[in-house]
Design a protein around this ligand. Structure first.
Ligand code: ATP
Ligand code: LTN
Length: 324
């Protein structure tokens, strides 16, 4: 039997090249080797306010982008988190075994809480819901970017704590990510990770940005004031552009760009990014031409995973002595 893989992405903001190079591209590469489930985590997105109509549209847009970026519905289940009630149900049960201190220590909570006027309880519970996503399907492997490793570690702690309190119930997912995607930084500030929730028009390259905009954003990316690329001493801005270019096009190497003037180097980076995104955008237009197609994929995904989710919820309730 193939090991089960699960990962998730929030349908908030514009999907950017960091999400693609750090997550979705890897999912597409590994999906055939595992029983793969890719989840659009809309319940996570509402931990901060989302305009309802926009969120509803974003869920379908995200599904379409998954398919356009190479997720194959014949090999993987694409699901919407809120369409399987087991995610929220299991999250409650896990909340009850999670010490508050574990959640208050999470760096993402601290960072996001700083930006909010009122801190919703959902923001604190966010990693428990993520643990529920993973443990609901007894996933062994969770491919995420490096920014999520603290949450994955917490998932392991919660699973172990539950297993020791109530008996062996959950598969504890692997700590080590078998595939670690590139960590992409903001174009306007290469010391901050590229993020959907950051504003600023020069911050991120959205997967659906038109090709001219992509070129413009790359040409304007923040760098140091050296005249030419020196791979031994390059600053974070150039290093980030090089990471992006290499992840988009494997023929870009350190040697091939060393000594290039910044203007020419940026043009080369833009070329690599555009060559990677153009076919994704074309396929996106194809899959969105028939709106019923996406809904069909999401329904199929749900039907496929529902028995697994129901089985876990039953096991957990029974282990805890709840009414089954
Ligand atoms: P937000 O900034 O609003 O929290 P996000 O851009 O981090 O959103 P998520 O939906 O939280 O996006 O993450 C989806 C996946 O993309 C995760 O696996 C995450 O690790 C990965 N990811 C997000 N940003 C980057 C980045 N800058 N570089 C590499 N991977 C990233
Ligand atoms: N917290 C993750 C998104 C996410 C996820 C998951 C990733 C929610 N549930 C389950 C892997 C497995 C993020 O912000 N990137």
């Amino acid at each position: 039997m193939k090991a089960r893989v699960l990962s998730g992405l929030q349908p908030s903001g514009q999907l950017h090249i960091g999400n693609y190079l750090g997550a979705v591209k890897n999912w597409a590469e590994i999906q055939g080797g595992y029983e793969s489930i890719f989840c659009i985590v809309d319940l996570h997105a509402v931990t901060v306010y989302q305009e309802p109509k926009e969120l509803a549209a974003k869920i379908r847009e995200t599904a379409a982008l998954f398919l356009a970026a190479g997720i194959d519905p014949e090999q993987s289940s694409v699901i919407v988190q809120s369409s399987v009630s087991g995610h929220a149900e299991l999250a409650w049960m896990l909340t009850c075994v999670t010490p508050l201190g574990w959640l208050q220590r999470m760096t993402q909570f601290k960072a996001k809480a700083e930006k909010q006027e009122t801190i919703g309880d959902g923001l604190l519970q966010y990693p428990v819901l993520m643990a529920a996503d993973i443990l609901l399907y007894q996933a062994a492997i969770v491919p995420v970017g490096e920014d999520q490793s603290q949450h994955l570690e917490l998932t392991r702690d919660i699973a172990q704590r539950f297993n020791s309190l109530y008996g062996q119930t959950f598969v504890v997912p692997a700590t080590h990510l078998p595939i670690v995607g590139a960590r992409i930084m903001g174009l306007d500030d290469p010391t901050q990770k590229m993020s959907k929730s950051a504003t600023g028009s020069g911050h991120a390259i959205a997967l659906l940005d038109d090709l001219k905009t992509i070129q413009k954003k790359i040409l304007r990316a923040t760098t140091d004031s050296q005249p030419a690329v020196d791979v031994e001493t390059m600053g974070p801005g150039i290093a980030n552009l090089l990471t992006i270019a290499q992840a988009c096009d494997s023929s870009v190497t350190k040697e091939s760009v060393n000594g290039m003037r910044y203007g020419d180097f940026k043009k080369r980076v833009a070329e690599a990014v555009i060559a990677r995104l153009e076919p994704i955008q074309k396929r996106y237009r194809e899959v969105t031409a028939d709106p019923a197609y996406i809904d069909g994929i999401l329904t199929r995904g749900r039907e496929h995973v529902l028995p697994i989710a129901e089985d876990t919820v039953r096991k957990v309730k029974s282990a805890m002595g709840l009414y089954v």
